[in-house]
Design a protein around this ligand. Structure first.
Ligand SMILES: Cc1ncc(COP(=O)(O)O)c(C=O)c1O
Length: 498
């Protein structure tokens, strides 16, 4: 029986630990039952059923209830598990959202129970030191040396924002620190170069940083979404006198094709013009673990900042994102001496925290779960897992290329596969797009498969809806992929009335 009394309700107290153990038992049982009952990557029924499920789980009542009820917590657990997307299901191939290792999930539970923070020494001394150690190691992965710094962040979008923040500070420092005096009145037009295939968070970051989304100059790409360095050079050389190049943003692992911008060439260009090179390796970092794929990241160590996510390709729960910089002095704009958190006399005696590396104040310990995955899987294991996902993508591409009614766009570079269901001969492009969009929605609503979608330009340049598979589950088999593709083809035939 779960007590709602004061002593037993707090996770860290002895009575609370008993309660935690009992709730955990319930939760684990709910996870197991849900997986058996679901039979697919998500419960069937689509959006309406999800709305009804939440309503039912809460009994139509308020969350801040007049009568606390441990029973309702248990019911909520069960419903949450029943309705969770099963990231270990081989047909869950929509998002860059990996299934975490059991070790990282256990660490996450412990982190929540202990609720350490990184903004003051007394909020979590071990957690602080663990993050420092991990960040040093992560910086060495990308080839940075002893001068490097960095932080863990809530996601790739925020890691990109931080890289661009530091680039802004450096590029405009001749007219004063922007973080101190703002952008108003500066006689310059800042510019960020990013490929047309860069993640949207780059333009959004430019907006947040006061540079404006219009500061981002889209560099053309080749047919696989790789930035054309010659075009980037042409753009830089054509800037007017008041246009200041703030950063070149290279993507290592684009969201759709998993393409890698030519890092060595872009590093040369950035060095020649003294421009900050930020690499968005949010997804592509996986290549680093695989001796076979690692050459895709050659030149990474010449960047000024690198963003990458282990919650995409690193089998840890979100958030597990990283921003590392080659020279930590560029992070100085985050320095903060708050009398209530890090007084200088405490700091001089070693009672330091990580307030000055982050955009956040209270900040959870993401290093803990990341360490748990790295320790249990190991370097070789991570490489094997990445290679397994790469092989799955290649296998799926081969099957799609050979299938009637499916059209592969290109061989996979990393672990994404883009294709479409073809309409009958002569089907207008718009109808074929509608068919692909409908196939995806049908598979989601039926609870059979979760696929992503994107647009790829047709021969006349008009965008057409395509489907995308994202392989991040090393346990998926060839038979699983065959079954998934059979489901896609069957849905397309049904919807096209064939
Ligand atoms: C290349 C790239 N960068 C950044 C992001 C954003 O990452 P997050 O969702 O962790 O903010 C994504 C997300 O898919 C991405 O594909």
């Amino acid at each position: 029986m779960i007590s709602t009394g004061r002593n037993a309700a707090l996770a860290g107290r002895p009575e609370g630990l008993e309660q935690l153990r009992s709730l955990l038992d319930t939760a684990l049982r709910a996870l197991g039952d849900a997986a058996l009952k679901r039979g697919g990557p998500v419960a069937p029924g689509g959006p309406e059923a999800a709305v009804a499920a939440v309503h039912e789980a809460l009994g139509g009542g308020r969350l801040l209830a007049d009568e606390p009820s441990a029973q309702r917590v248990t019911e909520l657990f069960e419903a949450y598990a029943r309705w969770a997307v099963d990231l270990t299901h081989p047909s869950a191939v929509a998002r860059m959202q990996c299934a975490p290792t059991a070790a990282s999930a256990a660490a996450e539970l412990l982190a929540a129970a202990l609720n350490q923070s990184l903004h003051a020494w007394e909020s979590g001394p071990f957690a602080l030191e663990l993050e420092r150690r991990l960040v040093r190691e992560l910086a060495s992965w990308v080839g940075f040396g002893a001068q490097a710094g960095g932080t863990l962040t809530p996601g790739g979008s925020i890691s990109n924002l931080m890289g661009l923040l530091f680039s802004r500070e450096r590029a405009l420092k001749d007219t004063g620190a922007v973080s101190a005096t703002g952008l108003a009145g500066r006689p310059v037009r800042p510019r960020i170069l990013a490929s047309a295939a860069a993640h949207f968070s780059v333009a959004r970051a430019a907006g947040f940083l006061g540079l404006g989304r219009s500061a981002v100059v889209k560099v053309p790409v080749d047919d696989r979404g790789r930035m054309l360095t010659g075009e980037a050079r042409r753009i830089v050389e054509g800037f007017d006198a008041d246009e200041v190049p703030v950063a070149v943003v290279a993507t290592a692992g684009t969201t759709d094709h998993g393409s890698f911008d030519p890092l060595p060439e872009l590093a040369d260009l950035a060095a020649e013009y003294g421009i900050w090179l930020h690499v968005d390796a949010a997804y592509g970092i996986g290549a680093l673990f695989s001796p076979r794929l690692a050459p895709l990241l050659d030149g990474l160590g010449r960047a000024d900042s690198v963003a990458f996510d282990l919650h995409k390709f690193g089998w840890t729960p979100a958030s597990s994102s990283v921003l590392v910089v080659r020279d930590r002095t560029h992070m100085e704009c985050l320095d903060e001496q708050a009398v209530y958190l890090n007084p200088s006399d405490d700091e001089s005696l070693g009672f330091t925290a990580l307030l000055g590396t982050s955009l956040q104040t209270t900040r959870r310990s993401d290093a803990f779960k990341m360490a748990a995955t790295l320790l249990t899987v190991g370097r070789e294991g991570m490489g094997d897992w990445v290679d397994a996902c790469h092989e799955q993508a290649r296998y799926a591409a081969g099957r799609i290329a050979a299938a009637d009614g499916l059209e592969l766009v290109a061989d996979p570079l990393l672990t994404t596969v883009i294709f479409r269901c073809a309409g009958a001969d002569g089907t207008p492009a718009a109808d074929e797009s509608a068919l692909n969009a409908a196939v995806r929605r049908k598979l989601m609503a039926d609870g059979r498969a979760l696929l992503a979608r994107t647009n790829v330009a047709g021969p006349d340049g008009t965008p057409r809806v395509h489907l995308k598979l994202v392989f991040l589950n090393p346990t998926t088999t060839e038979a699983d992929i065959d079954a998934l593709l059979r489901d896609v083809s069957a849905a397309a035939r049904e919807l096209a009335g064939r």
